[in-house]
Design a protein around this ligand. Structure first.
Ligand code: SAH
Length: 566
């Protein structure tokens, strides 16, 4: 819950606005400021104080207990100019809250947390548990002094600055990425990847304590960190086994289950007769660990609990997951910065490698984190680019493959996914494709059924393209032509327009949109009879209306087809 504290009329108006926008997430605290802040501090995860920063500091200071548990506090001035995260910028979510409420209130977030302000990823923002000397290592990273990176294996982290690397001097602070517990010499912060899967077999009635003890023992003996356990895995028949469910809850991880038939097919070092008789697979712990870690390896073979004075009821085994990289397919939109989605921006900053055509990379270079590796190439070489992106993701990196408009529309997503296996995570970020950006300029040409057709016959035989244009003519679809015309390909557009003209009147509206949202943008609404194809080039889309499309006040309008409209 977000507690909203206001004492003046202006503050209360602002608080009410936020409460109206986020009714389920907020509670307004009224009354004298000190008392309201006290109650909200105790009851809420986050506070927004519509007070001066000084007043907020004085009210909150006596209540502070611990960075890990104190709520995030954002202070908003009554004039609604600024939103200042005062406490809990990362952990308390105050930086993010200041950004979000600024969208509602029109304030400007004033973020002073060093890692955010300098665009270096904070060690506590990487979605991985972090332990050890976090503050000292963060400080060194911020100061630009060398930090030695010791990663057991690649991990899909965002770009780290160049001074964080494997070759830093031996006495430099250390950033370790590892699931292994090691005695730390010197200043070390350790990020714990979610790399371990614990397979659990159990008899009916096993206690959570017996499971947890055995898990802890298995991890400790192998020198593995419990913070790296990603999940518990078992056989379907044990999905409701209370001891396992409770143990998982205490470890803060989910439980996955597998059918006995599936587990029976997993080769394991230590099969046995008992589980075969009980649940129909010669192995539960080892097989379930491996089944939930495809491509991974068994690092702790099956071991049994040894409770005093009664038979063992639990077995566990531990597998390490294969390295799993991340491939984001990111559409950058038609060109203008404000048509790049916030999610695309986040993904660009999430990546450590960005792959794409040089002209698209120019569009977003300034958004990348310092230290981001750039793999750019010129026109053509699409498959090469796709293959590079997938290869880097397979190596375990966080890769963003970028393209203009939407990355899946006549673009890189399909060649990339044709190459990619299920050994990498894939994240798609939709972008504003040229047809939509153009439509917004032209009016409402896509108000009814529509289709996009690329006129590029470099990779598609012209017969196929022509058949599709005929079908669109036949079906009376609005058609947007991508790749309509270039110096070497000048007869295709007139030919396609002729095919449509056979089924539409010469007055059918046609929209031409060039360089949409770029500095050289222009557009025009004309007709099939009057279109001058020589104005069309490769940074243009051409949208041809259907038989109902009209020109209204110079705009192209395709009726939605509701009866009441006409
Ligand atoms: N993935 C892109 C399309 C790539 S195909 C997208 O979703 O938009 C390239 C064609 O897209 C160009 O030949 C042109 O027809 C069209 N195009 C791309 N950006 C454009 C823009 N800003 N204005 C007009 N047309 C554009």
């Amino acid at each position: 819950m977000i507690g909203l504290i206001a004492v003046t009329a202006a503050g209360r108006r602002a608080a009410d606005r936020l409460a109206a926008a986020w009714p389920a997430r907020t509670a307004v605290y009224e009354g004298p400021a000190a008392e309201a802040v006290g109650r909200a501090f105790a009851e809420c995860e986050q506070l927004v104080c519509f007070l001066a920063a000084g007043a907020t500091v004085r009210l909150v200071a006596p209540l502070l207990a611990d960075k890990a548990t104190d709520p995030g506090v954002v202070c908003v001035d009554e004039g609604l100019h600024f939103a200042v995260p005062l406490l809990g910028g990362h952990g308390g979510g105050a930086n993010a809250l200041a950004e979000q409420l600024s969208e509602v209130l029109g304030t400007r977030p004033v973020v002073t947390t060093a890692t955010d302000a300098t665009s270096i990823p904070g060690l506590d923002t990487l979605d991985l548990p972090v332990e050890g000397e976090v503050a000292a290592v963060s400080r060194a990273i911020l100061d630009g002094s060398p930090v030695r990176l010791e990663a057991d294996r690649p991990h899909p982290l965002p770009a780290l600055p160049s001074w964080v690397d494997a070759h830093a001097p031996a006495d430099a602070p250390v950033l370790r990425i590892s699931d292994l517990v090691r005695p730390d010499g010197g200043t070390t912060a350790t990020l714990r990847p979610a790399s371990l899967v614990v397979g659990v077999g159990a008899s009916r009635g096993v206690t959570a304590e017996e499971v947890l003890d055995l898990v802890a023992e298995a991890l400790a003996e192998a020198g593995l960190s419990p913070a790296s356990v990603a999940l518990l895995s078992t056989v379907d028949a044990k999905a409701d086994e209370e001891g396992i469910v409770q143990a998982a809850r205490q470890l803060g991880v989910p439980v996955t289950t597998h059918t006995a038939e599936a587990l029976a097919t997993v080769p394991v070092p230590n099969p046995s007769a008992a589980p075969l008789a009980a649940v129909g697979t010669p192995s539960v712990a080892e097989a379930a660990a491996l089944a939930a870690a495809p491509g991974g390896t068994l690092i702790v073979p099956k071991r049994k609990s040894r409770p005093e004075g009664r038979p063992a009821m639990c077995t566990v085994a531990v597998a390490r997951r294969a390295v799993r990289g991340r491939l984001a397919l990111v559409g950058l939109g038609p060109g203008a910065r404000d048509l790049l989605t916030p999610r695309a921006r986040t993904e660009l900053r999430r990546a450590s490698v960005v792959v794409g055509l040089d002209q698209y990379l120019d569009q977003i270079r300034d958004l990348l984190r310092p230290g981001t590796r750039i793999e750019e190439s010129g026109l053509g070489a699409e498959e090469e680019r796709a293959r590079t992106a997938v290869r880097l993701a397979r190596e375990g990196l966080a890769v963003a493959l970028v393209g203009s408009g939407d990355a899946g529309v006549y673009a890189m997503a399909s060649p990339a996914l044709a190459e990619a296996g299920d050994d990498i995570d894939v994240v798609g970020v939709p972008g504003v494709t040229a047809a939509l950006a153009a439509a917004a300029l032209l009016g409402a040409p896509l108000g009814h059924d529509h289709v996009s057709i690329s006129l590029s016959d470099l990779h598609t035989p012209w017969e196929v393209i022509e058949r599709r244009v005929r079908a669109a003519a036949e079906a009376d679809l609005v058609v947007t032509f991508y790749n309509p015309r270039s110096r070497g390909r000048d007869w295709q557009l007139p030919k396609a327009l002729d095919i449509l003209a056979a089924r539409r009147t010469p007055q059918t509206p046609v929209g031409v949109a060039h360089g949409v949202s770029r500095p050289d943008q222009w557009h025009t609404v004309t007709t099939l009879a009057e279109l001058d194809v020589t104005t069309v080039d490769m940074t243009t889309v051409v949208t041809v209306g259907n038989t109902a499309t009209r020109r209204v006040a110079g705009r192209m309008v395709t009726p939605r087809g509701y009866r009441w409209q006409r």
